[in-house]
Write a new protein. Structure first.
Length: 346
């Protein structure tokens, strides 16, 4: 046997041993990850198609997956009747998300953007039923709220352009509304005419955020802050106006039947960094009812139906979703771990 042949056999053996070693390490790592996930109660996740169109006879939840791993921040889906089941992850990443009637709005960081960047670092992307990009719009700040109207024709988003929390007074927002039927973009609702206490009102400190749409695809409700107070406003997109209705209302969410709002309300005596409680308001009478959730919720709730709302609270991996009755009865229950920004479809 020649020296070259012996050298070739030796090199081949070394390479094979290295490959076997690497495969053994990867297999052990995979088993360790599976054990860690099982021990931590993490969800099973597989890659696959995610659609926003209503299914045939099956309701689904589409949401931002917060579980650690290769699919973190991707839009994922589970059956609504099995929220802790195996998740199907789409490969589409969003920081904030909402969807209705086959239309989605995804607030995301631009690829290559510097973490924490503001101008030009984020985009609002309109998605079709198969998560394909329909249009994109540069955001002027940090994404915080997103909503699609019940008929899927309108999309709204809110960003922080100064500050990064609703808890204090030192923040500024900008809320935009896009009409997908005409392509018209109202870049800032602060440009709308404001009627406060029945009179025209103008002030440099007006901030409007947290839009929720009515079924007529024209009316909306939102929060307006001015003079150190927050107000519930009813907006009219055709008239380009907002009218104040009640004080101390933030991030309203309109019920599917259009008769009630659930919102977060500042309660005296609570800590400055956690000042809110969830309340429901009957729009006809103005009567307010505290919900069964006693923790401070900094979120815009989502209605699963006319009886229940879902919202996020801090969790081990960023956020968990909880559900509570909208009439003030019962106690909250954890709906999903490691999830954020849900939309209930179907």
């Amino acid at each position: 046997m020649t020296f070259q042949r012996r050298l070739l056999i030796f090199v081949t053996a070394v390479v094979l041993l290295a490959v076997v070693g690497v495969l053994a390490v990867l297999r052990a790592s995979s088993r360790a990850d599976e054990k860690d996930r099982a021990r931590e109660g993490g969800p099973g996740i597989v890659a696959g198609p995610v659609v926003l169109a209503p299914g045939e006879g099956e309701r689904r939840i589409v949401f931002r997956n917060m579980a650690w791993g290769p699919h973190r921040d991707e839009l994922a889906t589970v059956p609504a009747d099995a929220p802790e089941g195996t998740r199907t992850a789409s490969g589409v990443s969003c920081l904030r998300f909402h969807a209705a009637a086959g239309t989605g709005i995804c607030l995301r960081a631009d690829k290559g953007a510097v973490p924490g960047a503001v101008q030009g670092g984020y985009r609002a992307v309109v998605l079709d039923a198969r998560l394909k990009e329909v249009s994109a719009h540069t955001l002027a700040g940090l994404p915080t709220r997103a909503r699609v109207s019940p008929g899927g024709h309108l999309a709204a988003w809110t960003v922080f352009v100064g500050g990064d929390s609703y808890a204090g007074a030192d923040f500024s927002t900008r809320t935009s509304v896009l009409d997908l039927r005409t392509g018209r973009l109202d870049a800032s609702l602060e440009d709308f005419t404001v009627l406060k206490d029945g009179h025209p009102y103008r002030s440099a400190d007006v901030n409007i955020w947290g839009v929720t749409f009515a079924a007529d695809e024209r009316t909306f409700y939102a929060t307006m802050a001015t003079g150190g107070r927050t107000h519930l406003v009813r907006g009219d997109l055709a008239a380009r106006s907002v009218t104040t209705l009640h004080e101390n209302v933030e991030c309203p969410s309109l019920s599917p039947d259009g008769t009630r709002l659930v919102f977060k309300k500042r309660v005296p005596g609570l800590p400055a960094e956690a000042p809110w409680r969830l309340y429901a308001m009957d729009l006809a009478s103005g009567a307010q009812t505290p919900l069964g959730e006693e923790r401070s919720v900094d979120d815009q709730v989502v209605w699963t139906d006319d009886r229940t709302v879902v919202y996020s609270l801090p969790g081990d991996f960023g956020a968990d979703l909880y559900a509570v009755a909208a009439d003030g009865s019962g106690s909250p229950r954890r709906l999903m771990a490691s999830a954020l920004a849900p939309a209930f479809l179907g």
